[in-house]
Design a protein around this ligand. Structure first.
Ligand SMILES: [Mg+2]
Ligand SMILES: [Zn+2]
Length: 563
């Protein structure tokens, strides 16, 4: 429209300029022409102003956040809780999650996540999924940083480092666990955590590592070697962090990280706040870090000694953003997945809240910038979780005032779940593992009683179970190699693969009707997972589609200029 107007104005000016009669007329015409030229100039100016700027298609920094096991149903749980729980902790935040801020200000898409390509498979594990997210190529199940043929493949983190950028990995599980490992190590199997630890500290590719998992950094005899214990204590490591080793040699990777590779060390929250330097190794737990429920409780009485996922995120951003060349940072909320495997909805909600706190910290850091791409996604869904309606405790008939009711009472046939159940999930006091630990610390339930299960469930959850229900938990038809009873599932039993740990899935079944919650598996499902992208529009809009995880990696690498 504007262009047409310019053309008309110009031709009008030319026509007027051609008219020549008397001098007076000439002068009047000249004045008019001059006026019209001014108009044309103004219009041209406006048109020039309206030409859109070249879209930004590259960024200096990338922050990738992975909610392990955070499928669409898990995001739904978090959003329902935030928006509609009667006592939602988000009330003071307009009932708005940090995730939803990225959705509103950025782009939201979906991503298929199975092992990619014609030789792939249907369902992924975290190692394969993280490898595909880190490399953009097809990867094999349970492999770390390798292609399907076992070749090492450079990851986005390694490519960023090669460009001179700073790099970081943050997780609330173990730094050697599959998700962080796949960004900076290359191993035939995710279980090689001792080798992964060696690679992480010696490769020189990761500047900041903050997580748990000290046990694979410590010499095999750490539990009995007082000299080593003294050395670690002098470095500031609490005894709970060095209590045992999972190495089969005498290497002390903590000391090596400091002396040979120049890492500053931190082992608790205070040390992390105080530590300085651009290379940082923080190991805050012997194995996994505090779960979401333990974290909620220590926050309430101000007794947390480990840093939270949010605090580790803030520290990593502080350190990495000092690099003028930019950075790549991966942050994982890794225990959403663990709660999903345990079929423990209350724990899972608390993990989602812990993750969303870290998302909030990233949002705060990035919201006014245009040089950073944030991608938040999951590696896969865990547990086949869902709210569901049932015929348990169906609603009473009640009168309604509406003029469409006639003489009828309002009485749905089924129980569609009260919103107060969201608060009940949040208020859970312990995980299903805590319940099992109370009944038997070594998960050997050969001699457990229904009373023990009932007592432990009452202690850690708001749910009441009958002795009859409690007895179904430890009902067992088989034992493992140690002679310990294995949980018995009536159906889908082959999808509960973690032995005695899967008694959690039996607890889930006896509290299910009180939660309006069902689970389909003790492993993962292949549901497409949400992808949130925030940053320059020219980059983020391409995430608003149905893609695959390898595409996410390739889009991130293109944005960083490392294809
Ligand atoms: Mg993980
Ligand atoms: Zn998993």
């Amino acid at each position: 429209m504007k262009m047409k107007f310019v053309a008309l104005a110009v031709s009008a000016a030319l026509l007027t300029g051609c008219n020549d009669d008397t001098q007076t007329v000439e002068v009047i015409k000249e004045v008019e022409v001059a006026k019209e030229i001014e108009v044309v100039k103004e219009v041209v100016k406006e048109v020039v102003k309206e030409v859109p700027p070249t879209p930004v298609t590259s960024v200096k920094n990338i922050i990738l956040m992975i909610g392990d096991g955070m499928g669409p149903q898990q995001v739904g749980l978090l959003e329902e809780y935030a928006q509609r729980a009667p006592n939602s902790v988000y009330k003071s935040k307009n009932n708005q999650t940090a995730l939803s801020k990225f959705a509103n200000a950025g782009h939201l898409g979906l991503s298929l996540n199975a092992p990619h390509g014609p030789t792939g498979s249907l369902v992924t594990d975290s190692a394969c999924s993280a490898t595909q997210l880190a490399t953009g190529i097809s990867a094999g199940s349970e492999m770390i940083g390798l292609d399907t043929q076992g070749n090492k493949v450079a990851t986005i983190l390694e490519k960023a480092k090669a460009m001179g950028k700073a790099t970081g990995l943050v997780s609330d599980t173990r730094i050697t666990h599959a998700t962080p490992a796949a960004f900076a190590s290359h191993q035939p199997h995710r279980s090689y955590e001792d080798k992964i630890a060696e690679e992480l500290i010696s490769s020189g590719n990761v500047d900041v590592m903050l997580s748990g998992g000290a046990r694979v950094f410590l010499p095999q005899d750490v539990a009995s070697n007082e000299e080593v214990q003294k050395q670690l204590a002098e470095l500031g490591m609490p005894s709970g962090v060095y209590k045992k080793s999972k190495r089969s040699d005498n290497e002390n990777l903590v000391v090596e990280a400091k002396d040979q590779h120049g890492y500053a060390l931190a082992f608790d929250k205070t040390q992390l706040m105080d530590v300085e330097g651009d290379k940082l190794l923080g190991l805050f737990a012997n194995s996994g870090m505090a779960d979401g429920i333990a974290y909620k409780k220590c926050q309430q009485d101000n007794s947390c000694t480990q840093p939270s996922l949010k605090e580790m995120t803030i520290k990593a951003l502080d350190v990495l953003s000092k690099d003028e060349d930019g950075f790549f940072l991966m942050i994982e909320g890794g225990q959403i997945d663990w709660a999903g495997h345990a079929n423990d909805a209350g724990w899972m909600l608390n993990e989602l809240l812990k993750f969303d706190e870290a998302v909030e910290a990233v949002h705060e850091w990035v919201k006014d910038r245009n040089d950073t791409l944030v991608v938040v996604t999951a590696d896969h869904e865990t547990g086949s979780f869902g709210f569901s309606y049932s015929n348990y405790n169906t609603p009473e008939a009640v009168p309604l005032p509406g003029d469409g009711m006639g003489d009828a009472l309002y009485k749905p046939k089924f129980n569609f779940g009260a919103l107060s159940l969201l608060d009940t999930l949040y208020n859970q006091e312990g995980t299903f593992y805590d319940i099992m630990g109370d009944v038997d610390g070594s998960y050997n339930f050969a001699n457990s009683s229904a009373e023990q299960w009932q007592t432990a469930i009452t202690k850690h959850t708001p749910y009441t179970v009958t002795l009859e229900q409690a007895a179904t938990i430890h009902e067992s038809h088989e034992t493992n190699d140690d002679g310990h009873p294995l949980p018995h599932f009536e159906d889908f039993s082959d999808f509960y693969v973690y032995g005695t740990e899967d008694f959690t899935g039996k607890i889930a079944r006896v509290v299910a009707t009180q939660q309006n919650v069902v689970w389909g598996t003790g492993t993962h499902t292949a549901a497409p997972v949400p992808v949130y992208a925030f940053g320059p529009e020219g980059i983020t809009k391409q995430f608003s589609t149905l893609q695959h995880h390898v595409d996410i990696a390739n889009k991130m690498m293109a944005a960083l200029g490392v294809n």
